[in-house]
Design a binder for this molecule. Structure first.
Ligand SMILES: N[C@@H](CCC(=O)N[C@@H](CS)C(=O)NCC(=O)O)C(=O)O
Length: 102
């Protein structure tokens, strides 16, 4: 079973999620992240800015939303993030401080 964020562990990662207004998987992804203690998600609404949907497809090779990036690392969609959590890898990733490489 997936572990929740340990009490007191800070979320320091930068989270970016490509999404649309009507997207049940985006809602599930957001809820999972919130359960892990995430309070801030940078959302890129590709329904409002279709050109950013093209950027998403170029970066990920995928056309479905959500597409989630943690500290600029492409995690994938909701199912991929659940798998990462089940493998115990999501919590440490979220606790890793974002370093802007740019
Ligand atoms: N397995 C994917 C499913 C994502 C998915 O089907 N997203 C829907 C919106 S909730 C979508 O992008 N549909 C458009 C399409 O299939 O082209 C995930 O877990 O993220």
């Amino acid at each position: 079973m997936a572990k929740s964020q340990p009490a007191g562990e800070k979320i320091m990662a930068k989270i970016v999620m490509y999404s649309t207004a009507v997207c049940p998987y985006c809602i599930r992804a957001e809820q999972l992240l919130q359960r892990k203690g995430v309070t801030s998600i940078e959302k890129i609404r590709i329904d409002l800015e279709p050109e950013l949907g093209i950027v998403m497809m170029e970066k990920t090779g995928r056309r479905t939303v959500p597409q989630i990036f943690i500290n600029d690392h492409h995690v994938g969609g909701y199912d991929d993030m659940v798998e990462l959590d089940q493998d115990g890898l999501l919590t440490p990733m979220l606790a890793t401080k974002y370093k802007d490489e740019a």
